[in-house]
Structure formats: C-alpha cells, structure tokens
Write a protein that binds this ligand. Structure first.
Ligand SMILES: O=C(O)C[C@H](O)C(=O)O
Length: 506
C-alpha cells in the first residue's frame, strides 16, 4: 500500500475500503489455508502410522488444494465471522455508521457472493426461534484502541464443531494447568475435527481468558521449528510438553486413533487476581481460516493467493479397492447388520439429509402424533448442511456435521421410523451406541473437513422438506460411490473407542 491519506495528523479510512477489505478477507479465508498449517499437516501426514488417520489427513490435504484451485469453501461450515481490530488512536473512519454495522455489511457481501457463496449458518435468536439470518450476519467484533495511525485486522471464520468444544475453568492458584488441559482434551472427542490447534488462555478474568485462548490461535504455527531448535522459555517448554502429552492420548485424526491430534499448542497469558487462575481452552479444527491485514488509508487490503504447487502432492490410495459397494436404494437391515466397525463402504443411490433443526422438528412432529414429511423407513440419513451449488455443481461443499449432537434423537428415530443408518462425523455417545445395537442399525462417518471431496460424490440434490430451515432443510442427495467408514456397527463396536485404545501411550 502507498502512503497514508492523512488529514492533519489523522489517517482517514474510507468506509468502502474497510468493508471491501473485510469482505475480501472472508472470501479469501474460505478457500485458502495458511501455509504454516499446510506445512504442519503435511508433516503429520508423512509421519502418521495409523492407516485410518493417515487417510483422513490425506483427504483434508487433497481437499485443501481443491478448495484453493476451485476457489470454493474448504469446509461446508464456512463459520462465524470474527473480526479483531486494533485501531490506531490517530485513525478516523470516514463513516457515520458504527464499526459493527460496517463489518456486518462486509459479512453479507462475502457470504452472498455469487461466484463463491458461503453458507449462512447464523441463527438470529439463540434461545427460541433459532431462525437462520440468511446472510451469516452478525459477526463477532472485537475492537481495541491502540497507539498508532493504522488499522490492523484479523479476520477469521470459526467453525461450530471446534467452537462447541471450547472449555473454561477457574482453577485454584496452586492447581496444575497442564493436567487440566490434557484431562479436558481427553474428554472432547472428535467433534472438533482433529488434527488441529489448541489455543490456551491463562489469566485475566473469565471473559479475558476466553479471548486470550482464541487470539492465541492466530499466532504462527511453529511447532516443527520449536522441536528442531528446542524450547528457549518456560512457555515454550510448556507448549512442547502439552503437544507431547495431548498427542500421547492417541485420539488421532478424526478421533480414529493415531499419532497426531494437535499440530501445535499456543498459549497466551495475562495478569490475574491473586485468588484466581482462569484457564480457557479453544480448539481449532482443520478449517483453520484467518488472515491479517493492515489499512493505512491508501485503499483496500489485497490478499496474495499462494501457488497450489506449494501444497504437497498426496496420492491417495483408491478407496474403491478396499471398499464394499452399497446400493442405498436396495439396502436391507440384514446388509447393515453385516457391516463391521472400520469397514469402508462406497455408497450409491438416494440419501436423505438432515441435521440439528430438522431433527428437533421431526421429534416434535412425532411427539404430536403427526406423520413426517419424508418417510425414513429403509433409508440412510446424512447429517449435513451443504453450501449452495454454483455452476455445474450438484451441491456445494457438503462434509459431515458432528453426529454426537444427534444422539438424543437416535433411539426415537430408529424406533419409530425404520431408519437404517446415519452418516456424520465423530463418536456417538453410549445412549446412541446402545440404540444402534438394539435396532441393528449403524453409524457411518465421512471425513470432517473434506467437504469438497464428499460433494464430488453427489450427482443431484433437491430439497424434500423444511425448506425454511435453509441449509438445515431435508434434502435428497443422489450419490455415486460416496466413501464412508462404519463407525458404530450393529454389535455396538465403535472405531472411536477401538482406534484411540490402540494408539494411546499413557
Ligand atoms: O455446521 C457444520 O456443518 C459442521 C459443524 O461445524 C460441526 O463440526 O459439527
């Protein structure tokens, strides 16, 4: 950028420049992974010894390159927009509107972009109506007034699965923070889509610690360098210990069991009350989307797109060779009962979709004695909220959402509808596993964060019911050779128990 447009000693930031910069940043992060993340994931993939985890990482890397080349979202959950601004005290915004309003306009522009529409995920009223706002506004906006004459911004888009696993504790001042972090991490399951990052905030107050943990996620990923050169500070020693202890849990990519659960652990601290030790833990999934820019009054920010040549050349073993073909249009309970946890399947035929809001509505209809708008008998349901299609796509990126959130509906639907199987990501809780066993059903997984790869198997898509729910409507997908893995089989065996048990080192 050229010299600042100054009025007296003030930098003037034009409204349009600010809005365009934030909107362009949101579009950019939707399909461009940071280079340090790709480098660390590629290294973890290269050293992984668990075949299932290695394949999951390969899918995420292949998907990342497809997103970059195709300029389409790396994950169907295109996230909640989060904007962190450091505004110099010598900056004046040439606008009569507030900063949040400007950011929200940028969110609308970015998420409703015609060439690369992003998924509108925000619901307006979190308590009662939970109606989708339709444009992904509002954003989470944090503004600090700092010394200086420019605006420094971090624009991020945080996925719900990893945000749901944020945790906080007020520890005793004498309590060991590291034990709390490792013990807490061990309870999170795979809904946050490991391998990823862990941000830790220690100190301040409850709210400050959460913010520190999130801001820690925007520090460069340098664990490989830290391992190579050795720790130089107490904080680096702690990061290294946590990295090793968390990976020793054996959770692995997608919770399938393996060597790498975290690529890096970042820690931020702040002074605190003598009686307190607030600790916040903030996981970041593989859709690690953020970018920094600065505005000095000379115009909007620009974002350099990296070359796809910088991505590792990962040749995935063809899943078709090891997978069983399944005809969804002729699927029987006996066939479902023959599947075993860990089996790879290639699904072809018609698949229903439905996630949180559709499940709530179906449960309410069943409770009122009404018939459902779509018969689930003999069908398989995919927990997904896809991105809108563009061009020749049948559907936009369409990776799985966390199956665990649907656990509370599982027994009801299996019991009352004749549903045969479900597809999502991450582990099922004990109640859902027992329901699956009792009904001779199965829970399948696709790789979370490989949304473009999954969508490539979808040949056609139409909305069947609950159109008002937007991306949460019930769709019917026509799929061809969609690769999935049996996570929970009809005996109640679960790969999310078997895998980590094999790889745990503690
Ligand atoms: O909303 C989604 O599509 C996925 C969600 O982020 C999740 O990880 O469960």
């Amino acid at each position: 950028m050229t010299a600042a447009a100054a009025l007296g000693d003030q930098t003037i930031i034009r409204e349009d420049d600010f809005i365009q910069s934030v909107a362009d940043a949101l579009q950019f992060v939707s399909h461009v992974h940071p280079a340090d993340f790709v480098r660390h994931l590629a290294a973890a993939h290269a050293r992984e010894e668990s075949a299932a985890a290695k394949d999951a990482m390969a899918q995420i890397l292949v998907n990342s390159r497809l997103a970059l080349i195709g300029r389409r979202p790396m994950c169907q959950d295109t996230g909640v927009a989060a904007v962190f601004l450091k505004v110099g005290v010598n900056v004046r915004f040439a606008t009569s509107r507030g900063i949040e309003e400007l950011v929200n306009e940028a969110v609308r522009l970015a998420y409703l972009d015609e060439a690369n529409p992003l998924r509108a995920t925000m619901v307006g009223d979190p308590l009662f109506e939970r109606r989708n706002t339709g444009d992904n506004a509002p954003a989470m906006v944090h503004v600090d007034l700092v010394a200086g004459d420019r605006v420094e911004a971090i624009v991020a888009a945080k996925g719900g699965g990893s945000e749901n696993k944020a945790r906080f504790a007020q520890l005793n001042p004498s309590a060991p923070v590291e034990d709390w972090i490792v013990e807490t991490l061990a309870t999170l399951g795979a809904g946050w889509c490991p391998p990823g990052l862990i941000g830790i905030g220690v100190g301040g107050s409850a709210d400050k610690a959460m913010l520190l943990a999130k801001e820690a996620l925007f520090e460069p990923i340098d664990m490989l360098d830290l391992i190579r050169r050795g720790p130089a500070t107490k904080l680096e020693e702690m990061r290294l210990r946590l990295y090793e202890r968390i990976n020793a849990l054996g959770l692995g990519a997608q919770g399938l069991g393996g060597l790498t659960t975290v690529l890096d652990v970042k820690i931020r601290t702040f002074p605190t009350h003598a009686a307190s030790k607030p600790v916040a833990l903030m996981p970041q999934c593989a859709a690690n989307r953020y970018v920094r820019f600065a505005l000095d009054g000379s115009g909007p920010a620009t974002f350099a797109v990296p070359s796809a040549d910088d991505w590792p050349e990962i040749v995935r073993e063809r899943t078709a060779d090891a997978a069983r073909p399944v005809d969804l249009d002729r699927l029987t309970r006996d066939e479902v009962r023959s599947w075993r946890a860990g089996d790879r399947l290639l699904l072809s035929g018609r698949l229903l979709t439905g996630r949180d809001a559709a499940h709530t509505r179906m449960a309410e209809m069943i409770a009122r004695g009404e018939s459902l708008p779509v018969a689930l008998d003999g069908r398989v349901i995919y927990y997904v909220g896809p991105v809108k299609a563009v061009g020749a796509e049948a559907v936009g990126p369409a990776g799985p959402t966390t199956a665990t959130r649907m656990d509370g509906f599982t027994d009801l639907l299996l019991e009352r509808t004749g549903l045969l199987a479900m597809i999502g990501k991450a582990e099922r809780g004990p109640g859902a596993v027992e329901a699956i066993r009792r009904h001779g059903a199965a829970s399948l997984i696709a790789v979370g964060g490989a949304a473009i790869l999954v969508a490539q198997a979808v040949r056609a898509s139409r909305v069947l019911a609950f159109a008002d729910l937007g991306m949460e409507a019930i769709h019917e997908f026509e799929v061809e050779e969609m690769p999935v893995t049996v996570a929970v089989d009809s005996t109640g065996a679960s790969i999310h128990v078997i895998g980590p048990d094999l790889w745990r080192k503690t």
